[in-house]
Design a protein around this ligand. Structure first.
Ligand code: SAH
Length: 209
């Protein structure tokens, strides 16, 4: 088991690294990150590092989850598309902060595990789907926010199309060692793109074909 002190230390580190959104910090303080990783790694769950989950994927570094959430939620956003559910940790951080999330995962076993875990954690405002999240999700569009946890070489036009005016995309672009986290705002007069910082994400997997 992990002590409150271990969790608080992580939250202090996130604060020092520039996370200022108190709601995000409060949620991350109370969320059991150890439940999202294998038991063998549970003792490391409150370190500020990415950790392996199954199927060659990772649970993102807590700092990155906090940064992406804080960046996406610069203002309230009701309807979110999340690409790359993975173990569902990022989903669980976002869930209390928005009305509804559509979370898409390409690996069916991860999709099912995350869906079941978040159900056990009493998270009820997420629609989980298996598929290629980079194709967007027409049925639930337009989205006020889109967040991706796998890196793509470019921003798929479907995501821009399915973004509401006033909406924001936060995603990594590039490949291998040259990746940057970007923000795209869709305004009345067009798209505004900004770079946040260099990052390292797993690559986007191809669609179901
Ligand atoms: N959100 C997770 C991080 C998951 S890692 C967290 O909270 O830690 C990125 C995830 O994106 C992996 O599970 C991977 O399988 C998934 N992924 C990769 N390509 C995808 C695609 N095209 N569509 C949906 N999910 C994808």
């Amino acid at each position: 088991m992990t002590s409150d002190r271990t969790r608080r230390r992580l939250i202090d580190q996130l604060r020092e690294m520039g996370i200022v959104n108190e709601s995000v910090l409060r949620i991350m303080q109370s969320l059991p990150r150890h439940a999202f990783v294998d038991e063998a790694l549970a003792s490391r769950a409150y370190e500020n590092t990415a950790l392996p989950i199954n199927h060659g994927q990772t649970i993102s570094q807590p700092y990155i989850v906090a940064l992406m959430t804080q960046t996406l939620l610069n203002k309230p956003r009701a309807n979110i598309l999340e690409i790359g559910t993975g173990c569902g940790y990022q989903t669980a951080v976002l869930a209390p902060l928005c009305e509804k999330i559509v979370s898409v995962e390409r690996i069916v076993k991860l999709h099912r595990q995350a869906r079941d875990l978040l159900y056990d954690l009493a998270v009820r405002n997420v629609v989980f789907r298996h598929g290629d999240g980079f194709a967007g999700f027409e049925e639930f569009a337009p989205f006020d926010g889109i967040l991706a946890a796998a890196v793509s070489e470019d921003v798929p036009p479907e995501l821009i199309e399915q973004l509401a005016v006033g909406g924001r995309i936060v995603m990594p672009v590039g490949r291998d060692d040259h990746q940057v986290l970007i923000v795209i705002d869709k305004t009345e007069s067009g798209l505004v793109q900004k770079e946040i910082e260099a990052v390292r994400f797993v690559p986007r997997l191809a669609g179901l074909g």
